[in-house]
Ligand binder design. Structure first.
Ligand SMILES: [Fe+2]
Length: 269
């Protein structure tokens, strides 16, 4: 879709049978290009679930089901949370604070505003490849500390658990390698989140020492030459791989309705 990230697949109807050869093409395309776009698919929930099943089991923390489609606890309905609560309006990786973070996210465009509401994606393989040998050596085998919140009991959330009152959420901390080999490609990708927010330190360094390094890695991952910006249409299926892409939901559509259905694959608590 651009010189560095994203690929579109055409000539397939995801409502029909998906052969093993087609399934392998879908997986390979996503794992190589970090983002896979298949347009013009008016998927029913069962088709959406079958597509997600090509990548693994749905990720279902107990609180996620609170925002689910009726009868489908695996499918989150993602509405317009409003600018003030837009949880995705920063470059991020989904649920990196979990011990086993989710792998692939699959969103289907249902209601798309007249303008705006794009989603941007980065290529974290390329972000790693263009580092100096010195920086790669510094990161080799090193983990970063990831932090996030989860609600203490099931509830519908407008945005992330970070927006809940302190008494209603608990903090989760986990450590993951900052440069990880993707099992589907054997290529190394930078695994990051927002410095000083969801990603707070680099193993072996103080937070004060870590932050400039983490900020550099984050900023250099999302330069325009390493980004694809998706302009949604109804019926779009957009898959992204959290192991090799960060993403950013642009909130420039005011109070207009915008509804995606989303399944997130892999990971466990
Ligand atoms: Fe996200």
């Amino acid at each position: 879709m651009t010189g560095s990230v994203g690929v579109a697949l055409t000539g397939i109807d995801l409502r029909g049978p998906i052969s093993e050869a087609a399934a392998q093409t879908i997986r390979d395309a996503l794992f190589q290009h970090c983002v896979l776009i298949i347009r013009g698919q008016m998927l029913e929930p069962d088709h959406h679930l079958r597509l997600a099943g090509l990548f693994g089991e749905p990720f279902l923390p107990y609180y996620y089901a609170a925002n689910a489609l009726d009868g489908y606890p695996e499918i989150a309905v993602v509405p317009n949370f409003g600018k003030a609560k837009a949880p995705a309006e920063a470059w991020h990786t989904d649920w990196s604070h979990m011990s086993t973070p989710p792998t692939v996210s699959i969103a289907v465009g249902h209601v798309i505003p007249d303008y705006g509401g794009d989603t941007m994606f980065s290529n974290q393989y390329a972000a790693y490849d263009r580092l100096s040998d010195g920086m790669k050596a510094l990161l080799s085998g090193r983990r970063a500390t990831f932090v996030g919140s989860r609600p203490v009991k099931p509830q519908k959330m407008a945005g992330t658990a970070d927006t809940l009152p302190a008494s209603a959420r608990e903090t989760v901390i986990n450590h993951h390698p900052i440069a990880r080999e993707h099992p589907g490609t054997n290529r190394t990708a930078l695994y990051l989140n927002r410095p000083g927010g969801a990603m707070v330190a680099l193993e072996g360094f103080t937070e004060h020492e870590s932050l400039p390094i983490l900020q550099f890695l984050y900023d250099q991952s999302v330069t325009p030459d390493n980004v694809y910006r998706h302009q949604w249409q109804p019926g779009d299926v957009v898959c992204w791989d959290n192991r090799c892409a960060m993403h950013y939901g642009v909130h420039d559509y005011g109070d207009m309705e915008r509804t995606l259905h989303r399944i997130t694959v892999g990971g466990a608590e």
